[in-house]
Ligand binder design. Sequence first.
Ligand SMILES: O=C(O)CCC(=O)C(=O)O
Ligand SMILES: [Fe+2]
Length: 287
Amino acid sequence: MLIMESLRIGEKDSKETTLVETKILNTELLTGQTGVRITGLAISEICEDQVSEIKRLVSEYCVGVFPGQTLSPEEQLRFVERLDPLTFTPGEQRHSQWPNLNVVSLSSTSTLPPINGFHTDTSFVPQPPSYTTLFPKLLSSRGGDTVFVNQYMAYEALSPVMQKMLRGLRFRHKAAQLKNLDEVPNEPVWHPAVRMHPITGRRAIYITQPNRCSEVEGMKPKESKHLLEFLYAHCQHIYAMYRHRWQPNDFVIWDNRCSMHTGVFDHGDEKRVMHRVMCQGEVPYES
Ligand SMILES: O=C(O)CCC(=O)C(=O)O
Ligand SMILES: [Fe+2]
C-alpha cells in the first residue's frame, strides 16, 4: 500500500523529527543534510514508483536506512538490480553461491591499526558503483558502526575560487588493499575531481583514500600531494557526517557518487558479518 503524504522539507512531526518531501514514503532526516530513514515498507515488495523515490532520496541525502527488513541474499540482489545493473569489485572474493554478493567480515584485531578510512567504493574502474548496500548477518554487541560523509557539502563549503580550480581537474584512481589485487586491471583511470550527480544535478567532490587516489592530472608530485591531502581532510568535517549504529535487520544503501564512508572497526575480536551488493553507475562526468 502506498502511503500518501506530502510534506515540506524541514516540517516537524509530533516526535520532533524532520520530515522530507515525498508523496509515497515515510521519511525522516537523520542529521541536517546527511542520512534519511525510510520506514513503513518492505524492500522485497516495493513498486517502481517507490524504487525511483528511494533512488532520489538516497542520492539527495547520501545514505538511506531501512530498519526492520528481512531480506534473503536473493531478495537483496533482486532489489539492488532494480536500482541499476549489478556490479562487483574486481579483486574481491565472490560468494560461492551468489557471485554478485560479497561478505564483509573485517575484525578490528585482524590488522592493527585496522585497515579502514573514508573512501568511495571501487573508484578504480571506468564506471564505479552508483549505490552500495549492506545487510547485517551478524553484529558485534558493541562498536562496528559505519560513518558516512556528504561530498556535496564538502564541495559547497569551498570558496568559489577553489571550486573553480577543481572543476576541470582530474584525479587518478587506482586499486589497493584488495584480496586478489592481481585480478584487477591496472590501466590508469582518471575521474573528474568534481562530479555532477545525474539524479540531483548537484556537484560533489570525488576523492577517495590516499592509497587509491594520489595524483592530480598535470600537477607536480608535491602539488598533487598537498592538494589531495587538503581535500581529503576537508571532506571529513563532522558537520557533514552521519554515523550509523547498526541494529539487526537494518538495510542500508549509500550513493558512492556523493559520499564517502568507513567502517569503524572498533569491535575487538567479536565477529561482525555483512552482505554487500552493489550496482554500476555511469562514467563520472563533471557537468
Ligand atoms: O563494514 C562497513 O561498515 C563498511 C565496509 C565497506 O567499506 C564496504 O562495504 O564498502
Ligand atoms: Fe566501502
